[in-house]
Design a protein around this ligand. Sequence first.
Ligand SMILES: *Cc1c(COP(=O)(O)O)cnc(C)c1O
Length: 404
Amino acid sequence: MKRTQKKITTETTENKQQAQDFIPYGRQWITDDDAAAVSAVLRSDFLTQGPQIELFEHALSEYTGAQHTVAFNSGTAALHAAYAALGVGAGDEVITTAMTFAATANAALYVGAKPVFCDIDPTTGCLNPELLESHIGPNTKVIATVDYAGQPSALEEIYRIAKRHSLAVVEDACHALGATYKNSKIGDGSYADITIFSFHPVKHITTGEGGALQTNSTDLFQKAAQFRSHGITKDPTQFQNENDGPWYYEMQFLGFNYRMTDIQAALGTSQLKRADRMLQRRFAIVQQYAQAFRDQRFFEIPPVVADTVHAYHLYPIRLSAQLAKRKKELSQRLSALGVGTQVHYLPVYQHPYYQSLGYPAGLCPVAEQFYTEELSLPMFASMTDAAVHKVATTLLRVCGELER
Ligand SMILES: *Cc1c(COP(=O)(O)O)cnc(C)c1O
């Protein structure tokens, strides 16, 4: 009796609290079950390279329908491994989108390749397949598409173009765990050679830091797994030199230490059990936002694209021309009122480092325009109804004030 009462009180307090406190654009949701799973590993024999990694990898394969999963200590490490496993190297080109987190392009630089930026579809923010072919040249090795905000890319078109030119497709699905495209779950390999996920705390499920690569190719799987651990194999059937004894292992190419810990993997497995429920919560928030924003002229809400299920990692709105000019003020005022927002993304090549590599302004005009209009509203599974209501009413009020 006492316990039940306490629980109800806590939940109500939490509800009120979240509407009063600062609401970030994204955050994790950790339960007692998650904490217990982590705690059990802390008291077990293995903190890393124990049984938890494989359990998490199997659970991820089952969740998306992929044949193979390799867990990494970040999504960025998984991207690096993907390009390396595909044999991308110096002199090669990776076509990607400017509307992404820098890591998608950075990982191409890690292997000595050159990122080539293709412009986006102005409605979805994803790579525009109509512009893709004009970027393909003799040095192109990979097309790395990004499922922006959780909206699957135009995967069928991209995959068809890639295969016509004998190119590999890497799908950066760090925003899209749980999304589907034409009845195929993102990660199942129907339209990508390799799919990448991230488990950073703002993503759908978290391991603190973490990521994964999925593929249906046994060869790519083996290479990526070996890349994760210095290029070392302990599998005697793979040895190139003589097997000296039970201690023997071989380093066969230059890899990295990109391993996830068992502590992280246990958290991931526990989180993954709730992935669909958490996704459903995101859908409910989308409904609540859509209802609140139905009769206004300040901005457009994310489009609904036929034959796809959006995973809503982000809720990107597109401001009217008038409000886009005052986005800085809008974001500052919202923040002062306890509503966090973020902008996804400054086109990658507009970062100083990429400018220093010689990428000119104006390379992807649609992405540059998108950047001026886009604002990501708070969107995370543990967001309460009260918090969603607060975001919506605060936003509408401030937009009205700024338009006057
Ligand atoms: C989060 C993210 C990454 C990188 O993931 P980390 O786990 O932070 O390294 C890569 N690409 C996109 C699009 C992302 O959102």
